[in-house]
Ligand binder design. Sequence first.
Ligand code: ADE
Ligand code: ZN
Length: 348
Amino acid sequence: MNTVPRIEASRLPALLQAMPKAELHMHIEGSLEPELIFALAQRNGVQLAYDSVEALRAAYAFTDLQSFLDIYYAGASVLLHEQDFYDMARAYLDRAVADNVVHAEIFFDPQTHTERGVGMETVINGLYRACRDAQIEQGISASLILSFLRHLSEESAMQTLEAALPLRDRFIGVGLDSSELGNPPEKFARVFARCKELGLRLVAHAGEEGPPAYIWGALDTLQVERIDHGVQSEKDERLMQRLVREQVPLTVCPLSNLKLCVVKDLAEHNLPRLLAAGLKVMINSDDPAYFGGYVNENYTQLFAATGMGAPEAYQLARNSLEASFADDAQKAEWIARLDQSFEQFAQS
Ligand SMILES: Nc1ncnc2[nH]cnc12
Ligand SMILES: [Zn+2]
């Protein structure tokens, strides 16, 4: 699209909702709503530390990444059977369809479950079946990315990879998440090298709370193709120039940054500046059940707070589709649909 049509500010929320988009950074365990946590706890006879949905929700007052992760791992303890993983992923995919997400690349954290004695095949098969059924029944495309927990050892990551390899055709790549500070990318150099040899797609969380050096490390040592978060890149001008030159996608998560106190106020979020500087950024929900909204809520709240308009909306949606690991023909089809949605909006 050469010129994005002018669209009145009052119609922006409807445009943000209607435009087709990809979501490339969300953790499926972070989509567990308190209601589903309680329903699964009851179904599986798991005792929770909170006695009601309201009490659990009230505990979602985070001061930093670690304060969130402690509650997030506790919430995931209700997942025991293949059907639990299936139900969780179908619930997310339903919400994604409602937000006009045409393609989702979904992180899952196998170590959170295998450490509790849940089988790798239980996790992957439940999630995979949900993705396949959602594709058939709702037309959404969805793929899985296995994410290593960086607070655990590289040996544990390597064992996790080996345990997942019999199901290699059910996930497209690997990522790196959990506590960032003190766990630099270099800790996982060997396991990422092995994943690259295996032809897996590579991404890593970097520069969420951690310094620009972690983004350099993810690019140079781990050889990742996308950076998850990356909002700290602004502290390093030379890194910014590289990210622009190489068009490295940054999967930014505004409400996550707000709730984990990475930014004080959405109005101060640096995504508009990163976008204007030519970085390939887009908007994602990270852990929507914990941070106050799914992907469209992230778009709507950030646009309301920063005054971005239709041209930025188009670029962000387009970046999300282009930065996905889908094939080029599929991406071209989605981008044509995106163009059409803007044209229809301008005419109506
Ligand atoms: N925002 C985040 N950062 C690191 N690890 C995570 N796991 C789930 N959400 C995460
Ligand atoms: Zn994340």
